[in-house]
Design a protein around this ligand. Structure first.
Ligand code: MOS
Length: 676
C-alpha cells in the first residue's frame, strides 16, 4: 500500500508537534551547562528579565515543582549539581523565539567546576557489572568452560572492536507545545514514539495523575529511539507554560539534540572464538565495555545477540559499565543487537579466514537447533535459508576468498557477508473498532514515526474485517485513544496489530463495536525463542588513492514472519541498511575530553548517507509461516535492517584491501594512514 498520510506529508499539510497553532503562544529557549561537572553557583536572571518580550527565567534559583522521584534527566532545575556539559541548567520564556534565544544567550550562569572524566577505556577502575542490561536481560550469562573450549580449538581468534558514540538524527527535531486548560489539565503536542507512554512519563515527572495529561503526536518525523523515552523539551514546555500561564512552544536545535536527546553508547568489545578442524565452535566469549552517566544507569545489551546466534559447548557473554560525566546514553535503532552483531559478525569473518572456511558455510555449520543461551526452541529461525538465498542472489559462489587482489584501476574490490538478528516480541495493547457511517473506525494510541504504522494497521484491520482498506479509518497518535505501547523494540505492529485484530473480530461478532485488551492473551504465549533473522551481503570499492570506501551493492535477505505489506516493509529494511552503511563508514560523534560534551554537534560534522552513497540497496525476504507470534504471524522489521550491515561492509573492506579495521567508522584516514 501507499502510505495513507503520504499526500498530506508531501504537500506540507501534516501537522507536527511544533506546528500546531495556539492562541497567545510563547517560546522557551534552554540554557546549557558550559562545564562537564560541578555546581551552579548562581544564575543572575536580572539582565535577561529586562530584555524585550521576556516573561520568565526558570532555573535552580527557584526550582519548579516536580515529582521527587522524577527521572534525573527530566528533573529540570531541581539541583545545582551539573552532571555533563550541555545539560539544561536554565531556560528563558519570551513572546517570540528570537527574544527567548537572545535572553538565553545573555543569561549569566556562574559555576564551581570540578574535574571531569568522560573517557571510556577497558581498564577504567570504575567499571562494574550492572544487574541487568536494557531492557531487562541479565548482564552476564554462560555455560561450559570457555578456556577449555579455546584450548581444545584448532583455530582461535581473540579480537577487540570499537564503536563510537552515535547519534540519532531524525529529520524532525525534538519539539513540544504545552497548554494547560482552565481545569488544570495539561495537553502536550510532543514528538514521541508513544503517546500513552509519553503521557505516563510526563504525568510522573509533574506528579499528576495520568488522566490529567494528554499527549498528541499524530505525525512524527523519525525517532529511531531518541523519541522512545520522554525528552526534556516536553517537561520544559509543561513547566514553562505553568509558570507564564500561556501556551509554550519549544523546538530544540540540532546542536541541542546532540546534547539532550540520548545517543548510542560507545563500545569496546572483546570477542574470543574457538573452532575445531571442521569449523564447529568450541567456545564463544563476548565481553562489552560501555558507559552511562552519573544520573541514570543505562546499560546497553550489546553482547545479547551472541546468546542467540551460534551453537557452542562453551558460551560466555558479559557487560561492564562505567558511570562518566556524560549525558545518559539511550536507544538508537537496534540498541545492543546493532553494535553487538558488528563485533560478533566481524569476528566470525576473521574466524572463517583463520580456519580457511567460507564465511557463509561457517555460519551454516554453526546454526543451532535451539537457542544457545536458553535452550528454548525457536518459533522459527531460517537464518540458513537467508544465507543460502542471499548467496545465490548475490553471486557469492564466484567469489575468490583471497583478500586484497581484485583491482580495477585505483579501486580495490571486495565482498562481505554478515548475519542479522532481532527479537520478535509484543506487548499488551488496547484497541477499539466501531462502525462509522457504514465504514469502520479503528482507534489505538499507536505511533507512526515515519514507518507506515497507520497504513499497516489499516491493512491489518481490513483483513480482520474482511473489507477493502478504503473502508477502514485508523486513528492513532493521541493518548486519549486506547492505551498502546511505544513504537520501539520493533514491537509496534505486533503489539498494536494484535489488539486491532481482536477488536475487529469482536466487532464482526457484535455488529456495532469491538474492544480488545491483549494482556491476558499475551500471558498465554508459549515459552519460545522468537527472533527475526537475516543475511546481509555487501560489495565495496576502496580507492587506493583517497581511501574512500564506496558501496555499489547491498543486499539483505530477511526471515521476519509474514510481511504485512511489501512496499512498507522494503522501505523499512532498506532504511535500516542505509543507516548501517552510515555506521560502517561515516557516523561518529567525538567526545571532547578537555571540556566534556561532544565535538560533533550538527549534520555538517556528523555525516549520514545521502542517496548518492547507496546506488543499489535491495531487500528481499523469505515467506515464513510462524503461528507462535501474533494473529498476523509477523515479526518486527524496524530494526533488523541495521543489524549486520556494518559487519558486512567491514568484512568486504577486508576482502578488498586485506586489512582489518576494527574501529568504526571505516574512514579514509584509517585506510590510508598506516602507509605513511
Ligand atoms: Mo527503537 S531504538 O527500539 O526506538
Amino acid at each position: 500500500m501507499n502510505r495513507i498520510e503520504g499526500r498530506v506529508k508531501v504537500t506540507g499539510l501534516a501537522t507536527y508537534a511544533a506546528e500546531y497553532p495556539a492562541e497567545g503562544v510563547t517560546y522557551a529557549y534552554p540554557v546549557q551547562s558550559h562545564i562537564a561537572k560541578g555546581r551552579v553557583k548562581r544564575v543572575d536572571s536580572g539582565p535577561a528579565l529586562e530584555m524585550p518580550g521576556v516573561l520568565a527565567v526558570l532555573s535552580c534559583e527557584d526550582p519548579p515543582d516536580l515529582a521527587e522521584d522524577a527521572d534525573p534527566e527530566l528533573a529540570l532545575f531541581q539541583r545545582r549539581e551539573v552532571a555533563y556539559r550541555g545539560q539544561l541548567v536554565a531556560a528563558v520564556v519570551a513572546d517570540t523565539y528570537e527574544n527567548a534565544r537572545a535572553a538565553a544567550a545573555a543569561l549569566r550562569v556562574d559555576y564551581d567546576p570540578d574535574d571531569h572524566d568522560v573517557r571510556l577505556h577497558p581498564e577504567h577502575p570504575g567499571l562494574y557489572r550492572p544487574e541487568v542490561v536494557n531492557p531487562n536481560f541479565p548482564s552476564d550469562t554462560g555455560h561450559g568452560d570457555v578456556e577449555e573450549g579455546l584450548a581444545a580449538a584448532a583455530t582461535t581468534v581473540d579480537v577487540t572492536y570499537e564503536t563510537p558514540v552515535l547519534h540519532n538524527n531524525p529529520m524532525e527535531p525534538h519539539a513540544a507545545l504545552a497548554l494547560w486548560d482552565a481545569e488544570g489539565r495539561l495537553l502536550v503536542y510532543d514528538t514521541a514514539q508513544g503517546s500513552s507512554t509519553s503521557r505516563d512519563m510526563i504525568a510522573k515527572t509533574l506528579d499528576l495523575p495520568p488522566d490529567r495529561v494528554r499527549v498528541v503526536a499524530r505525525h512524527v518525523g523519525g525517532g529511531f529511539g531518541s523519541k522512545g523515552t520522554t525528552r526534556p523539551q516536553a517537561v520544559l514546555a509543561a513547566i514553562a507554560a505553568r509558570e507564564v500561564g500561556r501556551p509554550v512552544k519549544i523546538v530544540l536545535t540540532r546542536q541541542q539534540m546532540f546534547d539532550v536527546t540520548g545517543y548510542r553508547t560507545p563500545t569496546i568489545q572483546r570477542v574470543r572464538l574457538g573452532a575445531d578442524a571442521e569449523g564447529r565452535l568450541t567456545a564463544l566469549e563476548h565481553v562489552a565495555y560501555e558507559q552511562s552517566s552519573t544520573l541514570v544507569e543505562f546499560a546497553e545489551q550489546t553482547a545479547t545477540p551472541s546468546r542467540v546466534m551460534y551453537g557452542t559447548p562453551a558460551l560466555r557473554t558479559a557487560h561492564r559499565l562505567v558511570r562518566l560525566d556524560v549525558a545518559t546514553p539511550s536507544w538508537m535503532r537496534a540498541p545492543g543487537e546493532c553494535p553487538g552483531m558488528y563485533a560478533l559478525e566481524s569476528a566470525m569473518d576473521e574466524l572463517a579466514y583463520a580456519a580457511g572456511l567460507d564465511p557463509v558455510e561457517l555460519r551454516v555449520i554453526n546454526d543451532p537447533e535451539t537457542e544457545p543461551d536458553s535452550g528454548l526452541p525457536f518459533s522459527s529461525r531460517n537464518l540458513v535459508g537467508c544465507l543460502r538465498e542471499g548467496a545465490h542472489r548475490f553471486g557469492w559462489e564466484h567469489r575468490d576468498p583471497e583478500p586484497g587482489i581484485r583491482r580495477e584501476g585505483e579501486w580495490l574490490v571486495g565482498t562481505g557477508v554478515a548475519a542479522s538478528t532481532y527479537p520478535a516480541r509484543r506487548l499488551p495493547c488496547k484497541a477499539v473498532a466501531t462502525v462509522r457511517d457504514g465504514d469502520f473506525l479503528v482507534q489505538v494510541a499507536a505511533a507512526d514515526i515515519g514507518t507506515g504504522a497507520r497504513t499497516a494497521l489499516t491493512r491489518i484491520a481490513a483483513g480482520a474485517l474482511g473489507v477493502a482498506p478504503e473502508r477502514v479509518h485508523v486513528e492513532l497518535g493521541d493518548s486519549d485513544l486506547p492505551d498502546a505501547p511505544v513504537a520501539g523494540g520493533s514491537m509496534g505492529t505486533a503489539s498494536w496489530g494484535s489488539a486491532v485484530v481482536r477488536a475487529c473480530e469482536e466487532l464482526r461478532r457484535d455488529g456495532k463495536e469491538g474492544r480488545a485488551d491483549t494482556r491476558e492473551e499475551i500471558k498465554g504465549d508459549a515459552r519460545l525463542a522468537r527472533h527475526a533473522f537475516g543475511a546481509q551481503f555487501a560489495e565495496v570499492r576502496v580507492s587506493s588513492v583517497t581511501g574512500e570506501v564506496r558501496v555499489p551493492r547491498l543486499l539483505g535477505v530477511f526471515a521476519a514472519g509474514h510481511i504485512v505489506d511489501a512496499k512498507l516493509a522494503r522501505s523499512q529494511f532498506i532504511g535500516g541498511m542505509t543507516m548501517g552503511l552510515g555506521m560502517a563508514l561515516m557516523e561518529e560523534t567525538l567526545t571532547d575530553e578537555e571540556f566534556g560534551g561532544f565535538l560533533h554537534r550538527d549534520l555538517a560534522q556528523y555525516h549520514v548517507p545521502a542517496c548518492a552513497d547507496v546506488p543499489d540497496v535491495e531487500a528481499v525476504w523469505l515467506d515464513e509461516q510462524d503461528g507462535e507470534l501474533n494473529p498476523m504471524g509477523s515479526k518486527g522489521i524496524g530494526e533488523i535492517g541495521i543489524v549486520g550491515t556494518a559487519a558486512a561492509i567491514g568484512n568486504a573492506v577486508h576482502h578488498a584491501t586485506g586489512r582489518r579495521i576494527r574501529e568504526l567508522p571505516i574512514t579514509p584516514a584509517k585506510i590510508l594512514l598506516p602507509r605513511f
